[in-house]
Design a protein around this ligand. Structure first.
Ligand code: HEM
Length: 161
């Protein structure tokens, strides 16, 4: 990513670069909370080499494909740039592989609100604070309906001058 200017060896991004980068980070982190996609099947469908009968309750665990080397290069690494359009096209990431808001007629009605909230919230936070990791290892996670960091996210918020 081209940097707009450098000050004290800290790269600065243009507004557009920052927007793209934040979007990529959200896309890279979103699946870590989205561990279950649940559905009542309303008609007989054929899937996974078998027939799924009407009114079956199905839980899908996206980790199976989001952490799969068949679909992603270095799936366990934090690589937000994998979501750049050019990168997605060159590495053939399936356009529907990441769907925390689901897809189809019953997909999340608040998707754009939620995305804007995350985006604006993160930008406001980053404008006010510098975030510094207080541990070199990522926090472990625990299952509480969604996956949550355990015990806390090892981050220090340092107010910007
Ligand atoms: C990161 C935040 C959010 C995530 C990951 C999320 C995810 C989802 C998912 C997976 C569904 C089920 C879709 C399906 O059954 O196919 C859903 C439904 C829904 N969501 Fe969200 N959601 C989020 C935030 C929001 C917000 C902020 C609103 C409202 C402003 C909202 C409103 C709705 C509504 C109304 C439905 C029901 C849609 C329907 O059944 O037709 N969601 N959401």
């Amino acid at each position: 990513m081209a940097m707009a200017q450098e000050q004290d060896n800290i790269p600065s991004l243009t507004r557009q670069e920052a927007e793209e980068f934040i979007t990529q980070i959200l896309m890279e982190k979103m699946p870590e909370r989205d561990v279950i996609s649940a559905k009542w099947i309303n008609r007989l469908i054929k899937a996974f080499h078998s027939k799924v009968p009407y009114q079956t309750y199905v839980d899908l665990n996206p980790y199976v494909w989001l952490r799969n080397k068949q679909y992603f290069r270095d799936p366990d690494k934090f690589l937000p740039e994998r979501w750049l359009r050019s990168e997605r096209e060159s590495t053939h990431i399936h356009p529907y592989i990441l769907n925390p808001f689901s897809i189809g007629t019953r997909m999340c009605a608040g998707r754009r609100f939620a995305e804007q909230d995350l985006y604006v919230g993160l930008c406001r936070l980053l404008l006010k604070f510098r975030l510094v990791a207080t541990d070199s290892a990522p926090p472990s996670q625990e299952w509480r309906m969604l996956l949550r960091p355990k015990p806390n996210i090892p981050l220090r918020f340092i107010p910007r001058e």
